[in-house]
Design a protein around this ligand. Structure first.
Ligand code: ZN
Length: 259
């Protein structure tokens, strides 16, 4: 039986990510992937959203050894030059050879799976190890599934989110997007339990995590910090029972499922 692999892929590296990493991921030894917009970090590009972490904070996070640093482009686009610039800056900052391949999280998930696969060679030449996106277009009749789920059919939810599961040899793959009002703890557990049952790899995309009362809490891309913490305890428990592995996205592609 294959063992399920859960991967957490965190976009944008806004300052609130430090709470998640230092209060939860490090103490629980839960690895994750941080997708960085280099131009927002060195302030060469205008960031109209919430502030991002500094370069020093990025290096400290990298040096914890449990966080994969991946590229989210230099200016939050999917332009090839921007992807390359983000890649090259990260290699320089992290003291990596320029030929090192790094993961790429598509900005706004606008680079979809089919297109990314068509561009695979070109992207690999720019140093892209994989493309993580969100792509649920291939699901037939999602509204019907949503209705069934709301009436209590849990399998309908799994079908609706099937795109969140990936194979180990995928180059481009989708993920579950986590934000308030769309996914809750029950749904996270449903997908995780399905991964356990089937030995699949599940990737969860996270933006902001914030506690009630904080300014960013009402942002459309925020998920509740305490609810997500509950989920972290849930997967930590499954890992302790040897039912899942929790790996960075890069590691999930390298060694996921090989039990
Ligand atoms: Zn983003």
């Amino acid at each position: 039986m294959k063992k399920a692999v859960i991967s957490l892929s965190i976009d944008d590296a806004r300052t609130n990510v430090k709470n998640l990493i230092y209060e939860k991921l490090l103490p629980l030894k839960i690895p994750a992937t941080l997708n960085v917009i280099t131009g927002f970090i060195d302030k060469t590009k205008e960031n109209k959203g919430y502030p991002c972490i500094t370069k020093e904070e990025l290096l400290n996070i990298y040096n914890t050894g449990i966080i994969e640093i991946a590229n989210h482009s230099d200016g939050h686009t999917n332009d090839l030059e921007d992807i390359k610039l983000g890649h090259d800056k990260l290699c320089e900052w992290l003291n990596l050879d320029k030929k090192t391949k790094l993961g790429f999280a598509s900005s706004g998930s606008n680079l979809k799976i089919d297109k990314a696969n068509l561009m695979k060679k070109q992207l690999q030449e720019l140093g892209v190890l994989y493309v993580r996106t969100e792509d649920s277009l291939k699901i037939a009749k999602p509204e019907e599934l949503r209705k069934k789920y709301l009436l209590g059919d849990e399998n309908a939810y799994i079908k609706l989110q099937k795109h969140a599961f990936k194979e180990i040899d995928d180059f481009a793959f989708s993920s579950l997007v986590l934000y308030k009002g769309v996914n809750d703890l029950r749904e996270l557990k449903l997908l995780t339990d399905y991964a356990v049952k089937t030995g699949k790899n599940l990737t969860i995309m996270i933006h902001n995590l914030s506690k009630q009362g904080e300014e960013i809490y009402n942002d459309a891309w925020t998920f509740d910090f305490d609810v997500f913490s509950e989920y972290l305890y849930y997967i930590d428990n499954l890992r302790n029972r040897n039912e899942i592995e929790i790996l960075t996205v890069a590691d999930s592609l390298k060694k996921g499922n090989r039990v």
